[in-house]
Ligand binder design. Structure first.
Ligand SMILES: Nc1nc2c(ncn2[C@@H]2O[C@H](COP(=O)(O)OP(=O)(O)OP(=O)(O)O)[C@@H](O)[C@H]2O)c(=O)[nH]1
Ligand SMILES: [Zn+2]
Length: 206
């Protein structure tokens, strides 16, 4: 069983590697360098298109992955109350400017029938939804939906807090401004006091 799991993951990684057309990225980066008035063949830039292609392969690796696959490790525990993992750091790329936005995600869920997933899997889930051109609201909702769909979680609360470089280093230029997004599912939609309790637990980490 464990062996199959590893093999499936290797297949998935091979698929990921193929899903980014590195040759086209290299051509495109070269064109951008020319378009901004640079000399792509000068010493410092000659390897840059290939470097950027390798980097995009890494930072956009979530594009062809199903977030729910990250939650395939499921087991029973004698625990029927909330599970909260706080302060999961992430880096994503804003789909409007292709500049990073980065921060932390907090994930809380109420297990269905005592079925939980591994704690690290929640962090893997954040990485998969972050590693593609994104907006923060969609990222937050994709995390919540994966938990409902894969774990049938009775309730989910996801809070994402991030800084967007497209607001800091260009445009409106407001470094330090932070954006908080929340996605609520299931029981927490209808039981505000329970939702408030989870938010209180999240604040304990602050
Ligand atoms: N809602 C939301 N907006 C985002 C996110 N990331 C970037 N944006 C915004 O996307 C918008 C794009 O606006 P446009 O007017 O098309 O682009 P722009 O002229 O570069 O806008 P400015 O950033 O205001 O200079 C900007 O207001 C960004 O702040 C995100 O994750 N969520
Ligand atoms: Zn942006």
């Amino acid at each position: 069983m464990a062996t199959f799991h590893v093999n499936a993951r290797q297949v998935q990684l091979q698929h990921q590697a193929k899903s980014v057309d590195t040759a086209r990225i290299e051509q495109a980066v070269r064109m951008i360098l020319e378009a901004i008035g640079e000399a792509p063949d000068r010493e410092g830039l000659v390897d840059t298109p290939a470097r950027v292609a390798r980097m995009y392969q890494e930072i956009f690796s979530g594009l062809h992955q199903d977030p729910r696959d990250e939650l395939s490790a499921r087991f029973h525990v004698e625990h029927g109350e909330v599970v909260l993992v706080r302060d999961i750091s992430f880096y994503s790329m804003c789909e409007h400017h292709l500049l990073p936005f980065f921060g932390i995600a907090h994930i809380a869920y109420l297990p269905h029938n005592h079925v939980v997933t591994g704690l690290s899997k929640l962090a893997r889930l954040v990485d998969v939804v972050a590693k593609k051109p994104q907006v923060q609201e969609r990222m937050t909702n994709e995390i919540a939906d994966a938990l409902v769909e894969a774990l049938e979680a009775e309730g989910v609360l996801v809070v994402v807090d991030a800084e967007h470089l497209c607001m800091s280093m260009r445009g409106i230029r407001k470094p330090g401004s932070r954006t908080t997004t929340v996605a609520t599912r299931g029981r927490y939609l209808h039981h505000p006091h329970e939702r408030e309790e989870v938010l209180r637990l999240i604040r304990l980490g602050g």
